[in-house]
Design a protein around this ligand. Structure first.
Ligand SMILES: Nc1ncnc2c1ncn2[C@@H]1O[C@H](COP(=O)(O)OP(=O)(O)OP(=O)(O)O)[C@@H](O)[C@H]1O
Ligand SMILES: [Mg+2]
Length: 278
């Protein structure tokens, strides 16, 4: 079940997480797929919403020609429509629970411009579309901008997970998105929690370590344990496989452990029912 009343404190079943950063190429999609892979391995049913016209999460989940897509959710106010737009991903169903996906389309770029002309529903169409949907975990992969697509994701989410890489001025970019998250949180009755800052693609270079330290200095406890730069991470996406399904080898196993830890900290810690459904 996806939606629960705030007063049903004992039935914490929902986690809607928006993965955000206005900066491109930092690992939003990679982290979305890594968390979806951790859910796959634990047999937690999940739904990935691909809000980026580039559609990398959609292809990472093995979908090229989806019959339905997320643009239909944003076209009008349609409560619960996300559930009917979701298609099964092509991740292997035998060793895990394959996520469903509300696929991207290039039409999303035009939709963002069209939303600008809607004085009432521009910000929360995705929230309406997800209301009442039947998923334990929803991961929303955002485009690299602070436009209305990302704003829709933040209005739909319970938690925002900021994704960054340890590179020059990343910390300033994180501060900028934090400001946007705070402004959205102030406009939502139940607020919007910051799940933390996932540092992706940490390399074994002095430069990478320096900028990681800078992130920790500036954002303290919000900085989550890093996901390191590893060939296996890019390979899993290129092969449209969950990283947990790659043939066992050191790099893949270490990457899985990092995404598992992120999953535990961001998702399972606040929604124990999403810890493991084996
Ligand atoms: N930890 C990692 N190890 C190796 N390669 C990585 C890692 N994280 C990301 N990459 C690679 O870096 C590239 C950018 O990552 P990704 O697409 O996840 O970023 P993004 O923030 O979603 O980008 P965009 O803003 O364009 O949507 C991809 O080719 C991805 O495979
Ligand atoms: Mg992306």
């Amino acid at each position: 079940m996806c939606v629960v009343s705030a007063h049903l404190a004992t039935v914490q079943v929902v986690a809607v997480i928006a993965l955000v950063n206005q900066k491109g190429g930092v690992g939003k999609t990679t982290t979305t797929l890594g968390l979806a892979s951790a859910a796959w391995a634990r047999r937690v049913p999940s739904l990935v919403v691909d809000l980026d016209p580039q559609g990398n999460a959609t292809t990472g989940l093995g979908i090229w020609e989806a019959a339905t897509n997320v643009d239909e959710a944003l076209a009008t106010d349609r409560p619960g429509i996300a559930d009917t737009l979701a298609v099964s991903s092509a991740w292997p169903p035998d060793q895990g629970t394959a996520p469903r996906v509300v696929a991207s389309t290039t039409a999303l770029a035009a939709r963002e411009r069209q939303l600008l002309s809607d004085p009432v529903g521009a910000q929360d169409r995705l929230r309406l579309a997800l209301s009442g949907c039947d998923n334990d975990l929803v991961l929303i992969d955002c485009p690299p901008s602070l436009g209305l697509l990302t704003i829709n994701a933040l209005f739909a989410a319970d938690k925002a997970l900021v994704v960054t890489e340890p590179s020059a001025w990343a910390s300033d970019g994180v501060s900028e998105i934090m400001g946007t998250i705070e402004r959205v949180a102030a406009r939502k009755p139940l607020g919007l929690e910051v799940a933390g800052v996932a540092v992706n693609r940490l390399a074994r270079t002095r430069d990478s370590r320096y900028w990681n330290e800078q992130l920790i200095t500036d954002h303290g406890a919000l900085i989550l344990p890093p996901v390191r730069l590893r060939a296996a991470v890019a390979e899993a996406a290129a092969q449209s496989l969950p990283i947990h399904a790659l043939p066992p080898r050191k790099g893949a196993a270490e990457a899985c452990a990092e995404f598992d830890q992120l999953y535990d900290l961001v998702i399972a810690s606040s929604a124990p029912n999403l810890a493991d459904q084996d």
